[in-house]
Design a protein around this ligand. Structure first.
Ligand code: GLU
Length: 475
């Protein structure tokens, strides 16, 4: 990254400040919203492999205008306070934008998860959890973590179990963390939620030809050429859904060891399987391998999906990015400087705080499920089926009694008679959330031309909601 690039935290602040210029906030409120309320740093030792190893972890709380505060826990060697604070701030705005009733938080542990075996990771995670629970930085009413880079269902199950061991009489203990496996209080559809959210976001954008026209695109998602950077949980699911269900072509996949390219589009599942078997994309028969992955990030395509780390599109490469539409599946993949260059070049960016909000949205559903102690759909599903059956029977009766000769389309009966189960309800809630949030963002984008871009519009909507909540509290 070129030296003049600001830090991630400064980058987020810069975008925030750009947006508040268009607002009329009471004196001092801007500062109150922008700053991070608190960041807790913990160093703890775990005895492993015959020696004590010291780990550094963080939990940052950006805004408590709503509680609990929410945000993932990241395991990576690159974790640092600046990054955790930037990510916590993004969580505040993300939750406000998609109307998920949380403040923003984020955690991180400086660790290379691949350097430790499962049993060791469990010990480290339980110890980190202990340190956070002790200070109410994990608590169903105050602070609810979730997966992020380097963590997943397995770590969330350990966290939930550790919390319950320390709070044996808390009946809502399971709601202390989201992204848990189904068997430990998780919810259907959480694993793929962020990728699914990317798909729903793109489908919504494609419902507005005038929005697409700003990116010099037209038509539907079918046949659109997509480059995805990062085939982790988010990139993999987004690419799979978009290619398998919407007919988009995944022409490029960029990973750690290089990139694959195939003009005809790739089978994402095959590429993922190859990566899991060999550790990289090299020699994968799905496409032509390029050692220089960065070049594929800049290649000509219709949609670019950065789904890995922050800061991958920076002052050094922004001018060479050819995609007219970028959807930020990762948090902060475009630096503030790059954002400016891309904006001037007319590239449309669907901002992270909206694009990747599917994860926290379904986390919210999981938290509600845990607090209500019942699976979604359990009460209604069969009642709904019975009602639909009434209608189908009546149609069939009318057709035969009146000799109308009606026949239902093949598959209709089967589909219509199926009551909504938890997965169907989660998808419906997520789709509605992604559509509604896009509409609130695009309204500002279109009605206030001075705002100029979707990111600034997203900040305006989010900051206004946080400000309203502070004002209502009388702060
Ligand atoms: N880590 C995810 C994010 O950045 C999910 C957070 C959550 O589910 O609380 O949005």
């Amino acid at each position: 990254m070129p030296p003049q690039e600001p830090s991630f935290r400064d980058s987020v602040d810069h975008m925030f400040t750009r947006a508040v210029r268009f607002m009329d906030l009471p004196p001092g409120l801007e500062e109150k919203i922008r700053v991070c309320n608190a960041t807790y740093t913990v160093r703890f030792g775990v005895r492993l492999r015959g020696a004590i190893h010291t780990f550094t972890g963080y939990r940052s709380v950006h805004s408590e205008h709503m509680e609990p505060v929410k945000g993932g826990i990241r395991y990576a060697m690159s974790v640092n306070q600046d990054e955790v604070e930037a990510l916590a701030a993004l969580m505040t705005y993300k939750c406000a934008l998609v109307e998920v009733p949380y403040g923003g938080s984020k955690g991180g542990l400086r660790i290379d998860p691949r350097a430790w075996d499962e049993h060791e990771l469990e010990q480290i995670t339980r110890r980190f959890t202990y340190e956070l629970v002790k200070r109410d930085l994990i608590n169903p009413a105050q602070n609810v973590p979730a997966p992020d880079m380097g963590t997943g269902e397995r770590e969330m199950a350990w966290i939930a179990d550790q919390y319950r061991r320390m709070n044996t009489t808390d009946i809502n203990g399971n709601a202390c963390v989201t992204g848990k496996p189904l068997s430990s209080g998780g919810i259907h559809g959480r694993v793929e939620a962020t990728g699914r959210g990317i798909q729903y976001a793109l489908r919504e954008v494609f419902r507005y030809p005038e929005d697409l026209a700003r990116a010099r695109l037209s038509g539907g998602l079918e046949g659109k050429r997509i480059v995805v950077q990062g085939l982790g949980n988010v990139g993999y699911h987004a690419a799979r859904f978009l290619s398998e269900e919407d007919g988009a072509l995944i022409v490029g996949i960029v990973e750690r060891d290089g990139a694959l390219w195939n003009d005809a589009g790739m089978n994402v599942e095959n590429a993922k399987q190859w990566m899991m078997r060999t550790g990289g994309l090299k020699a994968c028969p799905e496409g032509k391998f390029h050692e220089d992955g960065a070049a594929i990030l800049e290649a000509a395509c219709d949609i670019l999906i950065p789904a890995a780390l922050e800061g991958v599109i920076h002052l050094g490469n922004a001018a060479r990015i050819q995609a007219p539409l970028i959807i930020e599946a990762a948090n902060g993949p475009v630096t503030a400087g790059a954002d400016e260059i891309l904006r001037e070049r007319g590239v449309v960016i669907i901002p992270d705080m909206y694009a990747n909000a599917g994860g926290v949205t379904v986390s919210y559903f999981e938290w509600v499920k845990n607090l209500s102690h019942i699976r979604f759909g359990r009460m209604q599903r069969r009642a709904e089926e019975a009602e639909h059956l009434l209608l189908v029977r009546e149609l069939e009766r009318l057709s035969s009694d009146q000799n109308l000769g009606w026949t239902l389309s093949p598959g209709f009966k089967q589909q219509y008679l199926k009551g909504a189960d938890e997965l169907a309800l989660v998808r419906s809630g997520l789709d509605d959330t992604m559509r509604t949030a896009y509409q609130s963002m695009r309204e500002v984008w279109h009605e206030r031309p001075e705002v100029g871009d979707l990111r600034t519009a997203a900040y305006l909507v989010a900051i206004q909601r946080v400000a309203d909540s502070y004002k209502a509290k009388g702060l």
